[in-house]
Design a protein around this ligand. Structure first.
Ligand code: GLY
Length: 369
């Protein structure tokens, strides 16, 4: 049944109000702290990070709050938290510079059109491109030279952007080859995705599909699939290469065919009777990606389907079962996210990227982007 528009607008308004309260509390209680996932609903703890990829999501949420409210408080905080990560534009240790800078300095640039903000984004894209392996034709993950992650599809957009801004054709070549390699080896015929591909670093030969955060090497980790759905759509918007749109749509079809009608998948669709049935961050990412695909898809019927499915996800996520609005003492916005089940990190908790992509998706429904 189609979602009632007026009811949805009210729910989104209430979700933003709640998000503002939670974020205000977070930054006033723990100034200059970059949380990643909660433990028992609390942001501040000494839990392991595994890798440092989340430092843009707090600033990003603050930019989204500024966009929604126009309140200078949020802008000042957004600028502050963006400045705190500027030095990461030369970080060679992670594959996540798109996550860090598209959510923060790119949003800053959209507000001001100030050349320095743009230059920070371009430099981050140039740095990310240095991970490119000629043997194998991919951007290596943070784990090892031999490793390609599906997650990098969410970051490669910043290299296309840097290529566009500078006219550097090498950047364009590397970004395009990375996407074609990912499409060939990590996206399967049914639209499902593998988390990781392993290559022979001497010859560039692809060896096998593996996983870190999914159930099995041959299964589909839900967040990885959401990264692919969203990332290939973004790459299509940069390149207009129909292969990338087809890949994004294949991932969207797999997501919609395999997820219960409420729209929230488990951590991995192959896990039999999961004790924890939800990975809310994968749903938030999928909602945001589907709202983009709704505009990018050439076909009006499919576009409508992506739009309606995204609204279904957001309708579910704005209910108190997911929105922590009726959970006293919970410091996050969205419950039932999952970071790394195997390592026991952020299991059934709030996660920073879940919060960010949830607010981004709500912003898209309101027509801000
Ligand atoms: N990029 C890490 C994750 O999605 O958990």
């Amino acid at each position: 049944m189609p979602i009632d528009q007026a009811r949805m607008q009210n729910k989104i308004g209430a979700a933003f109000d709640f998000a503002g309260r939670q974020l205000g509390q977070l930054i006033e209680t723990y100034p200059d702290y970059f949380p990643m996932y909660t433990i028992g609903g609390k942001w501040k703890h000494g839990g392991e990070a595994w890798t440092n990829w989340c430092e843009g999501f707090l600033g990003g949420q603050l930019w989204l709050m500024f966009r929604h409210t126009g309140d200078p408080y949020w802008r000042a905080k957004a600028e502050h938290y963006s400045r705190l990560i500027e030095h990461r534009k030369t970080d060679r240790d992670v594959h996540d510079l798109g996550f860090l800078f598209w959510s923060t300095w790119r949003r800053w640039y959209e507000v001001t059109r100030d050349p320095h903000s743009n230059q920070v984004v371009v430099e981050a894209g140039q740095t990310l491109s240095l991970r490119f392996k000629e043997r194998g034709q991919y951007l290596r993950s943070f784990v090892a030279d031999e490793s390609l992650f599906i997650d990098i599809m969410m970051n490669v957009g910043i290299i296309f952007y840097a290529a566009q801004q500078t006219g550097d054709r090498e950047l364009l070549r590397k970004a395009t080859r990375h996407c074609l390699t990912t499409r060939r080896y990590l996206v399967r015929g049914d639209g499902s995705t593998s988390h990781e591909g392993i290559f022979n670093t001497e010859t560039g030969e692809f060896l096998r599909q593996t996983t870190h955060q999914g159930w099995r090497d041959d299964s589909s980790w839900a967040r990885g699939l959401s990264w692919a759905l969203y990332g290939f759509g973004t790459v299509y918007s940069f390149t207009r290469d129909a292969r990338f749109l087809a890949t994004a749509e294949a991932c969207a079809a797999f997501y919609m065919e395999n997820t219960p009608p409420h729209g929230v998948p488990p951590n991995d669709w192959a896990e039999p009777n999961p004790a924890l049935p939800y990975e809310s961050s994968a749903a938030a990412i999928a909602a945001s990606g589907l709202l983009d695909l709704a505009k990018l898809a050439g076909d009006a019927t499919r576009g409508r389907r992506y739009h309606d499915y995204a609204l279904q996800i957001l309708d579910t996520l704005t209910e108190p079962a997911f929105l922590a609005v009726e959970t006293p003492g919970w410091e996050g916005i969205l419950k039932h996210g999952m970071y790394h089940q195997r390592r026991g990190l952020g299991v059934d908790e709030s996660v920073m990227w879940g919060e960010y992509f949830f607010l981004e998706a709500l912003s898209k429904v309101l027509g801000y982007e």
